[in-house]
Design a protein around this ligand. Structure first.
Ligand code: SAM
Length: 387
């Protein structure tokens, strides 16, 4: 089968060669041909010299390459790739809650599926896959999923020229309880992300190793209490901060679910920057501080402001920390070494000498890294000392 040919410039070609499977309009040479195509149409991408680079769907502002082979992309393709992706997670040992499909890493560029027991959440940000939603639903049902919640919102959805969509696609369940090591979490759908930040699983488990009975822990941007619950289970007293009242309510529920006495935790709804500033003024200190803010930078143009944000947050965090600083960034455009340099500089400004413990940490294997663009999470553990 012949598909329309789209030719790309050298920059887009080298980007594809590095595994980044999105071609923006400015990389397209025969832009008039591109504009004439219907959105959702399958196209073949070629270098200027006529080398086949990949096959994918036309979206209003870009091409999302789905495969690097000249293979058929149809309902069967989508079904088989979802099944393969799920098998891979099972092979890796994931059981009840995991990211089942992670966009281009699973040859389904523009589709993300998370599984929480028998509930799946689906995010579609490729016009081509929107047209195959029924196949996605049927495949998940065949894999034993009972309820499917669609959470197709945000910038990527809008870039695909699609209306934001949120709600149950089938079934009736909108909440469940998942296990993470010894911790239990209630996950509900309708809040942020796809219910739960599965990407921090290993880092939350790692935290437990560093918590001592009676520690005071500050969990900044705590969401539904992910790090807080693990710290409390090891005997810490926890203060959590988050801007979202709904998330904080669920964080309290999660503490109760894990049998944590309510004298052992306090959650504050508000802006972390303001609350931490007040804490510093009041001379407060914590044995352990965890910083897990939202992505301050979504694209390169946000980087300057994001760097300022991370610097300030880490300066406050280091100031408040007596023994351990766990600091994270989920901003794609900020590189690991750049992030580390920001944290170290911020700590020095707070008169703290920090020593990295263990390697640089990132997202777990159910969010497979296949290129620079698919690696986003950075998490660093630092021993903190004053000077
Ligand atoms: C990446 S999530 C944290 C995930 C959490 N650590 C976990 O393990 O589940 C970021 C959180 O930051 C919160 N947030 C965003 N801006 C904030 C701010 N200025 N102050 C406090 N919380 C904020 C969001 O509501 C969200 O819950």
């Amino acid at each position: 089968m012949d598909y329309p040919k789209i030719y790309v410039n050298f920059a887009a070609y080298s980007s594809i060669e590095k595994g980044n499977l999105i071609v923006r309009k400015h990389g397209i040479l025969n832009i008039r041909d591109f504009e004439k195509l219907d959105v959702g149409e399958i196209v073949d991408v070629y270098s200027k010299k006529g080398r086949f680079l990949g096959r994918g769907f036309k979206n209003p502002h870009e091409i999302r390459i789905v495969t690097l082979k000249k293979e058929k992309i149809d309902e069967n393709y989508v079904r088989n790739k979802i099944i393969e992706a799920d098998k891979y997670r099972k092979f890796l040992g994931f059981k009840d809650a995991y990211r089942m499909v992670y966009t281009q890493s699973d040859w389904l560029n523009g589709l993300v599926i998370d599984k929480y027991n028998d509930i799946a959440t689906v995010q579609i940000f490729n016009y081509g896959f929107e047209l195959m939603k029924d196949t996605i639903v049927e495949t998940l049902l065949d894999l034993g999923i009972d309820s499917i919640y669609e959470k197709s919102t945000g910038r990527n959805r809008r870039r695909a020229g699609l209306k934001e969509q949120e709600g149950l696609l089938c079934g009736e369940k909108t909440e469940t309880i998942i296990k993470e090591g010894n911790a239990k979490f209630k996950v509900t759908f309708g809040g942020q992300k796809t219910g739960f930040f599965l990407d921090q699983r290993d880092n939350r488990l790692e935290l437990e190793k560093f918590i001592k009975e009676g520690d005071r822990v500050l969990d900044v941007c705590c969401y539904t209490g992910g790090f807080s619950v693990h710290a409390a289970l090891k005997g810490a007293e926890v203060v959590g901060i988050d801007l979202s009242k709904k998330a904080v309510e669920l964080a309290k529920e999660n503490m109760q679910l894990n049998g944590i006495d309510d004298s052992k935790y306090e959650f504050r709804v508000g802006n972390a920057f303001e609350i931490m500033e007040e804490m510093i003024e009041d001379g407060e200190e914590f044995d352990v501080v965890i910083l897990d803010p939202p992505a301050f930078a979504q694209s390169k143009k946000d980087v300057k402001n994001a760097v300022r944000g991370y610097h300030l947050l880490n300066r406050y965090g280091a100031k408040l920390a007596k023994r351990l600083l766990v600091t994270c960034s989920c901003s794609h455009p900020i590189e690991p070494m750049e992030f580390k340099a920001i944290v170290i500089d911020a700590a020095l400004k707070a008169n703290k000498w920090i020593r990295q413990i263990g390697p640089y940490r990132t997202q777990p294997a159910d969010h497979p890294i296949t290129s620079k663009g698919t690696e986003y999470l950075k998490c660093l553990f630092f021993k903190v000392d004053g000077f």
